[in-house]
Write a protein that binds this ligand. Sequence first.
Ligand SMILES: Cc1cc2nc3c(=O)[nH]c(=O)nc-3n(C[C@H](O)[C@H](O)[C@H](O)COP(=O)(O)OP(=O)(O)OC[C@H]3O[C@@H](n4cnc5c(N)ncnc54)[C@H](O)[C@@H]3O)c2cc1C
Length: 591
Amino acid sequence: MYYSSGNYEAFARPKKPEGVDNKSAYIVGSGLAALTAACYLVRDGQMKGERVHILEKGPTAGGACDGWKFENIGYVMRGGREMDNHFEVMWDLFHSIPSIETEGVSVLDEYYWLNKADPNYSLCRATEKRGQDVHTDGRFDLSDKGAMEIMKLFFTPNEDLQDKRITDFFDDEVFNSNFWLYWRTMFAFENWHSALEMKLYIQRYIHHIGGLPDFTALRFTKYNQYESMILPMVKYLEGFGVQFHFGVQVTNVEFDCTPGRKVAKRIDIIENGEKGGIDLTENDLVFITNGGCVENSSMGSQNTPAPYNTEIKEGGGWDMWRKIAAQDPAFGHPDKFCYDPEQTNWMSATVETLDQRIIPYITSICKRDPFSGKVVTGGIVTVKDSSWLMSWTINRQPQFRSQPKDHCLVWVYSLFTDKPGDFVKKPMRECTGKEICMEWLYHLGVPVEQIEDMAENSANTVPVMMPYIDAFFMPRAYGDRPKVVPDGAVNFAFLGQFAETPRDTIFTTEYSMRTGMEAVYTLLNVDRGVPEVWGSVYDVRDLLDATVKLRDGKKPIDMELNLVEKMALKKVLGKIEGTDIEKLLKEYHII
Ligand SMILES: Cc1cc2nc3c(=O)[nH]c(=O)nc-3n(C[C@H](O)[C@H](O)[C@H](O)COP(=O)(O)OP(=O)(O)OC[C@H]3O[C@@H](n4cnc5c(N)ncnc54)[C@H](O)[C@@H]3O)c2cc1C
């Protein structure tokens, strides 16, 4: 497996890998990573579909990428995906996956046309005092000291960031800025999370710094991601005859590990309550989604809270990974990520409006008609003075093809689930859907005497608790996540958010998909480049642009300098006078 960039490799088709007709694949999980692996097995590996087996403990495909209407409970989207134009693996794959809505076009075509015609941007990024615009107005509001703290992290080598927390690098100069308000709510970081991942994020999205405050950086699918992404992939795979096995819990994968050679020998399963197994030869390739951000997630309803259930049980992603990890040091350390759900949980809720009473309060904040079919909030609106640190968003309506035309679906989420609310004096994790809706309506500015009635009769709200949703952000060190294909692995690979691939950032659809592509390309020796993580961090134009935008347009040379620094700067400027370097620095407003 090697990385590449550019059109030569992007449009090339690999030859059929040697020996593939004798191989089979067993894929644990049916999330984006697993489905991507299956797609590359059949598309580029040219493996026969009927030789590809997907083993999923749940009743449907998609994993974290969900979107359901539950009978007598309501619509549920555990998450909504902010996405990027430079999700290189995603677009490499989705240009081949036919749309399920429009004949003759791909999922990429659909997404590209939609986001061109209706680009995303926000007209109100944050509110306070019950629905008043904070007027962050695109500013990061970082002090020079805060900007330097970010720069320092940016330039710190990865090896010095092992097991470090964000609080080891940032103090209130960053934490009290708009930058941090945007950042932690947009990406769901907490102050105690991994400094390494924070750095990787800044580097990965350096080209988007200017588009973060108003979300011009973002793109969205038309419907929820189950309907817009998972269903087309499943249909594509079914067309090849790929075998889906639902209700199969993988309890362990057994390995034979000798120095320099590791072979997967057996998959242990529970199906219909019965223990069983699949014996493997070296021609049987195993792809394992280990861990899981939505493991133990639970749903409440309008009148019941979502239980906070953190117990790790046999047959789930964490317990399976623990059993695998116990067999070889190269298989990682799951407990670094799942040992303390108090540091990794947060909650979301899906609010369905049932009549028009709530709509004017929404419109007055986002300044758009939720029923136009176009961008509504254009990304999350953060309630800056919310004790739960609540944010909410309305994507293009309808979010579900089955959704009534005059109902609006709102996604609400909060990072602090253990703090009492501002109107409902309870922690979010103890609240019913109705109570969560009440807290949200309070922050929208609905008159207090109408709040309860509206939450009860004008909306249906379903809460979801996700104890391990931020597990991948826990401070980590080299070796805590197994490599996608560990050294010496003969017939197996790891997939998803807890497999290690360099440079890309977790909690993204792209990360999961990338691991799927890299795993297949490595194990089958597919002879074509895997698109590298977008290289903006190596592009001097993006770096210069970000330096100025992070400081709200202020030139870096206007930073406070002492006399010696001022003299040194003057000397450097003199040296570059009349050169292309000077031209470039002027073009990007550095000088
Ligand atoms: C709330 C939320 C918000 C998000 N926001 C964004 C965003 O804004 N932008 C973005 O790009 N990405 C976002 N993501 C991330 C993205 O959705 C995920 O990274 C991705 O969907 C994970 O896919 P995966 O295949 O790696 O893992 P998963 O989707 O977790 O799939 C793992 C699958 O394996 C199955 N499984 C686990 N263990 C076993 C076992 N022992 N036996 C059998 N089956 C098993 C599980 O049931 C599951 O189906 C978000 C995710 C969530 C949940």
